[in-house]
Design a protein around this ligand. Structure first.
Ligand code: FES
Ligand SMILES: [Fe+2]
Length: 362
């Protein structure tokens, strides 16, 4: 028998104490992808994220990207409630009483300071917003909650070149969506680590793209998976690429899937589109799936042909994600009634590798 038992037990997907341990350990320690630099290019542009239970604000402060705890130092109003937006350039202003923070998170502008607080320079500095480490690989922006740890370059290890290559070869997302799934984040990840489910779950969507072959390359805690692309799908992408003027990223004739441990997954289709997914735990048995779709560079901007291709790709992606979501939520419900670890076949080795990584890191 080639199959083996999963290293994780049903409780790993259900128990509040395991959720808390992953949040405060794994997710606080690891660099988390928060978005592309493109969304933060303008001074005053910002995005907000919840990482390891912490509300995080990433904002372009006078041309530099900074990550702060999204909480005012005065009476703790959330500084930003939207998921993204663009302030007029200048200091970061709290919506409650108007404290204004400089690029280091120091409240330099406090309305009525002299009469009401009498804070001097040093006291203001002591009230600086909590800052988190932020680092980039090309246009990929990452934040870490823990103050200390390995550099982003060290964390991505052998995949540094690949990330730079993707950053150079692909445009800003044409679609960006966040959707809540009623499943543990690991069930979402496991689902993208095998193509075994494709015949049963995606007969009319993903199955029309990939040919069923599968090769896995583990790299430290990360892993790569390669699937062949069906000839019809290859022809479709070649036609679309020609029509839109896409410059296919070199060396990606297959479907290439990278898992950057713990929760960033990037799928590259025929070198002409990437899907960048994060699996963000929100509560025990719940996560938010956030995905972005980007086309290869070179596409002529605007135009009906490009619109039609983007609409088609968005719809295909929505279909296959709703298929995945339905089955993952069924697995979550089923896991609550399971009394032993799941079984993993030889074609699910990448999941076994993910579990081993979890065990070593958690
Ligand atoms: S809570 Fe932010 S200025 Fe008062
Ligand atoms: Fe799937």
């Amino acid at each position: 028998m080639i199959a083996r038992q999963s290293a994780l037990s049903p409780a790993d997907y259900l128990a509040p104490d395991i959720f808390a341990r992953e949040r405060d350990g794994l997710f606080a320690r690891h660099w988390q992808f928060v978005g592309f630099q493109d969304a933060l290019a303008q001074e005053g542009a910002f995005i907000t994220r919840q990482i390891a239970g912490q509300p995080v604000l990433i904002r372009n402060m006078d041309g530099e990207l900074r990550a702060f705890r999204n909480i005012c130092s005065h009476r703790f109003a959330r500084l930003k409630s939207a998921e993204s937006g663009e302030d007029t350039p200048g200091p970061l202003r709290c919506p409650y009483h108007g404290w204004a923070y400089d690029r280091d998170g120091v409240p330099r502008g406090i309305p009525g300071n002299k009469e009401c607080f009498g804070l001097d320079r040093g006291e203001k500095e002591a009230l600086a917003l909590h800052r988190y480490p932020l680092a980039q690989i090309g246009r990929f922006v990452f934040v870490r909650i823990a103050a200390d740890g390995p550099t982003l370059e060290a964390a991505v290890g052998p995949h540094l070149t690949l990330l730079h290559q993707l950053s150079d070869a692909f445009e800003a997302p044409f679609a960006e969506v966040a959707q809540p799934w009623q499943a543990d984040w690991k069930i979402g990840i496991e689902n993208v680590l095998e193509v075994y489910h494709v015949d049963a779950v995606h007969p009319d969507s993903f199955r029309t793209v990939v040919d069923g072959s599968w090769r896995v390359v583990p790299e430290g805690v990360h892993s790569l998976g390669y699937a062949g692309i069906r000839p019809e799908a290859t022809r479709w992408w070649e036609g679309v690429g020609k029509r839109l003027g896409l410059q296919a990223a070199e060396g990606f004739s297959d479907y290439v899937h990278l898992l950057l441990f713990p929760n960033l997954a990037i799928g590259v289709t025929a070198g002409r589109m990437i899907s960048v997914q994060t699996f963000e735990p929100t509560a025990p048995g719940r996560f938010t799936l956030r995905y972005r779709l980007c086309l290869a560079r070179g596409a002529k901007p605007g135009g009906a042909a490009r619109q039609a291709v983007e609409t088609h790709l968005k719809a295909l992606n929505e279909t296959l994600l709703s298929e995945d979501r339905t089955i993952c939520e069924e697995v979550q419900v089923g896991t609550a009634a399971a009394d032993r670890p799941a079984l993993l076949g030889a074609n699910e080795d990448r999941i076994a590798h993910f579990h081993a990584s979890l065990r070593s890191e958690r």
